[in-house]
Design a protein around this ligand. Structure first.
Ligand SMILES: Cc1ncc(COP(=O)(O)O)c(C=O)c1O
Length: 451
């Protein structure tokens, strides 16, 4: 035990000396030292309580006692790799299969979202014998080399786009290519995918997969119009490719109406591969790939073993099972709908009041608030969004921004978030936006007086 706890500044100095500087901190101008958390709250070294609107990993609430207990009990008994038979792994696969459409009946367990997406890529390529991947613009799918290659959010700042990667426009009906006034944005966006495939074929390329987050989050909390995935999948299947749905941020009941976000597209849509991570273990590193028998068999046909030392170990699976239990017992999916709808209503009231709010969109406890400088161009209000989240932190609320313009306030709190929390956040946003508007007016008056 250390005799004296370190101050925040000492920890920061040590981190700066010892940890790679590309590992960024939240609120980098004034980083926080968090030492404990409970439910939807986090606490700094001075005992100050912050409302967490960011953390979709602590899905059922930080340090939920049922999850801590499940981990502790299994840790006392056994933890080993999945080359031994263990009931936790098969029980967990069976429980997950009950949440998914019947054809997604084969499971692989891993340790991170990145590992899951990398395996999904291997499965797709092995099954189709093709190499190329279509991704949505601004997407992020993980930190492995293979995934940086299919993440425009990253590769645009690095050496660029590989010849086997094709970028489709984000199906964003607010600020995308085809907007809410388009007569058929579903077909228009799907036709973009069709065109990409045709162009790729002309160059002799073959499509292995269409890789998409079911709700593009890094892309700016986007809700693709229902029916888009079906139409895009039709084109991709025709080209011999498969559809991979990345549910790493948005799965496990977050969207309220459904357990999986891809189900928002309609009952007639089933991806060929689904990847899961983040909320799956409530903070414990576990991830999963679900796919069809046919795809799994094609992968096995190589004769090469898939072995993952920690993936699917008894402790991880005990935790995964406990997360599913809590979601069920505490009715968190229905809760996400109820609280999410309430939060959306409050935010929409603010939209009527503050012109900086261009759009409020979401499903369940996955909500985006698009801040704009002007109605005509919908120019992202990037600096204002940054200022707002800095000020919110001073009011003990943790919120982040996302989207290519870094102007979308991104709500994805632990699922135990309450209506009172929603009211507190929105009242605070109202107060801060009102102050910002007053300040802006004063500045305008001063500059008019000066001229
Ligand atoms: C949509 C999406 N996919 C994949 C990943 C990678 O997950 P991990 O950081 O657990 O490797 C992330 C992480 O932010 C993500 O947001």
């Amino acid at each position: 035990m250390r005799p004296e706890p370190r101050s925040r500044d000492e920890t920061l100095a040590l981190r700066r000396r010892l940890v790679g500087s590309s590992c960024k901190l939240f609120f980098s101008n004034d980083p926080m030292k968090i030492i404990k958390a409970k439910g939807q709250y986090m606490y700094d070294e001075n005992g100050r309580q912050y409302l967490d609107c960011i953390n979709n990993v602590a899905h059922v609430g930080h340090c939920h006692p049922a999850i801590v207990k499940a981990a502790h009990e299994q840790n006392q008994l056994l933890n080993t790799n999945s080359r031994y038979l263990h009931d936790n792994l098969v029980d967990y696969a069976e429980r997950l299969s009950k949440t998914l459409p019947g054809k997604l009946c084969t499971f692989y367990f891993l340790n991170s979202g990145s590992e899951a997406n990398d395996l999904a890529l291997r499965l797709a390529r092995q099954y189709t014998n093709h190499e190329d991947v279509i991704v949505l613009d601004h997407a992020y799918h993980g930190h492995l080399t293979s995934l940086i290659d299919i993440s425009p959010y990253k590769f645009r700042n690095l050496e660029g786009q590989k010849e086997w990667v094709h970028v489709a426009p984000v199906p964003d009906t607010y600020r995308g290519l085809y907007r809410e006034d388009h007569e058929d944005s579903v077909t228009a966006y799907a036709n973009e995918v069709k065109n990409i495939i045709e162009q790729a074929h002309k160059r002799g390329r073959k499509i292995a997969a269409f890789f998409a987050e079911s709700l593009p989050s890094v892309g700016g909390q986007i809700i693709p119009p229902a029916g888009y995935f079906q139409k895009a999948a039709e084109h991709v299947h025709k080209a011999g490719g498969v559809f991979i749905a990345d549910e790493i941020q948005v799965g496990f009941g977050r969207v309220g109406k459904h357990f999986w976000a891809f189900q928002l597209q309609g009952d007639d849509f089933v991806p060929d591969i689904v990847t899961m991570g983040k909320p799956i273990g409530n903070g414990h590193p576990i991830a999963c790939v679900a796919t069809t028998k046919e795809i799994a068999e094609a992968f096995a046909a190589t004769g090469v073993e898939y072995f993952n030392t920690f993936g699917g170990n008894p402790v991880s699976c005990a935790i995964g099972l406990a997360v599913l239990d809590v979601i069920e017992k505490e009715h968190l999916q229905a809760h996400a709908t109820e609280v999410g709808n309430f939060l959306m209503e409050l935010l929409k009231e603010q939209k009527m009041k503050h012109p900086i709010i261009g759009d409020v969109r979401g499903s369940g406890l996955f909500i985006g608030v698009d801040l704009i400088k002007d109605q005509a161009e919908r120019t992202p209000a990037t600096a204002e969004a940054e200022y707002l989240i800095t000020r919110l932190k001073e009011e003990y609320i943790l919120l982040s921004t996302d989207g290519p313009g870094k102007n979308v306030l991104k709500f994805k709190p632990p699922m135990c978030f309450t209506k009172e929390d929603a009211r507190f956040v929105v009242d605070t946003i109202d107060k801060l936006l009102t102050d910002m508007e007053k300040e802006h007016l004063n500045q305008q008056k001063t500059s008019t007086c000066a001229t």
